[in-house]
Design a protein around this ligand. Sequence first.
Ligand code: AMP
Ligand code: MG
Length: 350
Amino acid sequence: MLNTKRWSVDLEKDLSTYYPQIKQAADLLQQNEVVAFPTETVYGLGANAKETEAVMKIYEAKGRPSDNPLIVHIAEVQQLHEFAQIESEKAKALMDAFWPGALTIVLPCKPGTLSKQVTAGLSTVGVRMPDHPIALELIRAAGLPIAAPSANRSGKPSPTQADHVASDLEGRIAGIVDGGSTGIGVESTVVSCVGETPVILRPGGITKEALEEVVGTVSVDPGLTKKDEAPVSPGMKYTHYAPEAKMYIFHGSDEDMQRHIQKYKAEGLKVGVLTTEEKKSLFAADVVYSCGWREKPETVAANLYRVLRQFDETDVDLIISEAFSEEGVGSAIMNRLQKAAGGRTLPSFQ
Ligand code: AMP
Ligand code: MG
């Protein structure tokens, strides 16, 4: 068991007040230890991307399959040249438009520069510059490219608060920088710029529409939607983000959703419902949680993982979630819900 250090940073105050704490966290990263930190999407679990010893500690702490590569985080574009090839004009345009921000760009990796464990043996590397003052300062202070997946145990919902990180990883990692709740709440969009047309490998905080405004046509990896095609992004094949109770997504009318609730209750099961402010009064279940406003999908993204984790503190046997529009950030919301539900859906009644 490690003694997990915790530093709290109040972002209302001038960040320079906290430089000594951030330096302590950066020193641990330089010593090849693992430190969790906030980003604008979810909390990341960082380690020195150049050293296998450090990167292995991420896989161990998370219990993550090692065929699932890690995203490398940088604080300045200059850092990229050390380990990635950036000949693609479209990649450069995306960096200019969205960095710092919730966009991970997959590029060819320069061999021998990063630990092989970061790329899980692929010849490409996913890179991102997070838009969060603590993350940027920590990476700058460490002076290293930082490999950082989400700071949760593998399979669990990603952490949007430092307490989520602690509940999954306390004693397993060297430190946690607590910067309060993260803003966007779902992970970055992963886009590959290895070929001529950029391809979305994972929907996320930045929408397809927004990418297309900058680089024209962007395609979506068919593996994300079709059952019989393997996704290009290895992480997309796992059940993920899952609460402990079995989850089902329901596409249909509110009345039919209530009939499903009733049916399970009649079987003696405790039913949880994941819904929204607009609809929460329509459902009579054992536990009803709202994750935001349907009409404001960014609020749903921001609260989704926290609410999925809240179900773990109840004794529900199953969770029924309403379905969301797949437009804009809705495609990331539905992608995460489908992973959390392991693809399970409930039909409409005829
Ligand atoms: P996480 O670190 O938990 O946010 O997950 C990172 C996601 O990015 C996973 O779905 C990975 O499979 C994906 N990813 C990272 N690097 C690459 C890469 N080089 N090629 C394709 N997908 C990647
Ligand atoms: Mg993750």
